[in-house]
Design a protein around this ligand. Structure first.
Ligand code: ADP
Length: 477
């Protein structure tokens, strides 16, 4: 079987802060039927170490970026894992990226340089006698791996792929860290590592990986523009011929309304009623005439939830309800707490709660995703599968996965949700009013729920695309 070494800073169900973990965790099972074996390398955070059952050391790193390290192999939750055990880098409490002060860990450049360097080493030398065909790096935390591999490998037998899950995070480091990151000064050039006077790990990956992918076709096009490219659009334009957008799928076993152990299971929109009653109760909300909407999100600028704060009066006017679950930037957490205290029909839980997110998707009529940019987005896909109508900004993967309830789509009976554009408060208000109108129309709403539930949102379409991409990178036998 062909082998891919996948390297990432998160993998579900072991350690997750966002959609990256879901995708890295789902790809191995999705790719197996396509004839590709994926082995996933992740850092040995406490959350990962405590899940290991039968770890076997496959490599020793005597001096791993400031201390001793080991690469441990194990199978956890059906995943073939390699774990970089390096306590000086990863054994610390709290967030995997941020210290207690809310700022990046100061040694993040070394922490993820180490991960990428070890990935390159394993790709070059093989893993316990298994040759690696493709090195698949995810986001900036893995983005230096193709460059290290280029530096250490005598030939180019291993193809490299960089997947961009979010272009907003670049992996900055001061040039004084070059030596600690095992990056020769000669590589610190405008063509490669340097970006406005600092090291930019993502840029290095974008320049050196043989192929680049991102997580939806629309985001792939958006990345080429100054509006969405976050300063790297120029670099990406030079790689346009090597760039592909492949839509993420969801884990259809974990997210199956007919079998979900966290909810009262159902197979048709009507079956949602019990879950809705339970959800209203859980958030201490009274039933209203309008739809029960939910938000499940990181609370950051990206997600546009400050815009939603400006539109809450629409929901109040239409007697709709809103339950929000999220965690993130302090000012947004505070603003949402305040909204819950002041606006009737709005309830908020600040925190991260996987089981509650299932209950919310099952019980709600609609899920709101007003993102300013969204590489793919997973929660609209959960919404579709659970008959919970997505109301989304018309951007990135949200554009690719939701069919707007415009006149044409409604007349053909194919609509699955509501899209709005540009991403601004007046347009969001109008979209919320449209949602309430459709909800009032009852039959129209149920038709859209059924359309959503019938839409394929798994990996069936995307797995062959990744397989073709891997195949294009594999060295002929
Ligand atoms: P992003 O990766 O930008 O955060 P995605 O929509 O791609 O956005 O993925 C977010 C994932 O994280 C989804 O699986 C979503 O359900 C989950 N999630 C986000 N916030 C929370 C939360 N507070 N509690 C539980 N799950 C959450």
């Amino acid at each position: 079987m062909n082998t891919v070494l996948s390297v990432a800073s998160e993998v579900a169900p072991l350690i997750k802060t966002g959609g990256l973990a879901d995708v890295v965790g789902a790809l191995p099972a999705a790719m197996k039927p396509e004839g590709w074996r994926l082995i996933t390398l992740v850092p040995g955070y406490p959350q990962v170490m405590e899940r290991l059952e039968n770890p076997r050391r496959v490599r020793r790193e005597r001096y791993c970026f400031g201390g001793p390290g080991n690469v441990l192999a194990d199978e956890v939750a059906g995943l073939e894992l390699l774990v970089l055990e390096a306590p000086h880098l990863y054994d610390r409490p709290g967030s995997i990226y941020l210290g207690a002060d809310g700022l990046d860990w100061p040694d993040n450049p070394e922490r993820f340089a180490a991960l990428s360097w070890v990935a390159a080493r394993l790709a070059a030398n093989g893993i316990d006698g298994i040759d690696v065909d493709v090195l698949h790096a995810h986001d900036w935390q893995g983005a230096l791996a193709p460059l290290y591999l280029q530096e250490m490998a005598a030939d180019d037998a291993v193809g490299t792929l960089l997947t961009v899950h979010n272009i907003a995070f670049h992996g900055w480091a001061e040039p004084a860290k070059l030596r600690a990151m095992r990056l020769p000064r000669a590589l610190y050039t405008h063509e490669l590592l340097e970006y406005h006077g600092r090291v930019n790990a993502l840029k290095a990956g974008l320049v050196t990986a043989n192929r680049i992918s991102t997580v939806s076709p629309t985001y792939a096009r958006e990345l080429l523009t100054p509006e969405y490219g976050m300063g790297l659009d120029g670099v990406i334009r030079t790689r346009e011929a090597d760039l592909t957008g492949i839509l993420n799928g969801i884990d259809e076993v974990a997210w199956d309304p007919a079998k979900d152990p966290a909810i009262t299971p159902y197979k048709s929109p009507r079956g949602k009623a019990k879950n809705k009653t339970a959800l209203l109760k859980e958030f201490d909300l009274k039933p209203g005439k309008g739809p029960l909407c939910v938000v499940i999100s990181r609370l950051t600028e990206q997600k546009g939830l400050d815009l939603l704060l400006q539109c809450l009066h629409v929901l109040a006017e239409r007697d709709a309800r809103l339950a929000l679950l999220g965690t993130g930037e302090a000012w947004l957490e505070e603003a949402w707490r305040k909204a819950a205290a002041e606006v009737p029909g709005v309830a908020v839980k600040i925190g991260y709660d996987e089981a509650l997110s299932h209950r919310m998707i099952a019980g709600a009529d609609a899920i709101l995703i007003p993102s300013r940019f969204e590489p793919c987005g997973l929660t609209q896909l959960y919404g579709l599968r659970y008959g919970t109508m997505p109301l989304v900004a018309d951007t990135g993967g949200l554009s690719d996965t939701v069919i707007d309830a415009n006149v044409a789509a409604l007349s053909m009976g194919v609509a699955t949700g509501i899209k709005f554009n540009p991403v601004a408060a007046p347009q969001l208000r109008e979209a919320l009013n449209r949602l309430c109108d459709i909800y009032d129309s009852d039959d129209g709403f149920v038709t859209m729920q059924k359309n959503g539930m019938a839409q394929p949102v798994g990996w069936a379409a995307s797995a062959p695309r990744y397989a073709a991409l891997y195949e294009s990178l594999r060295c002929p036998d």
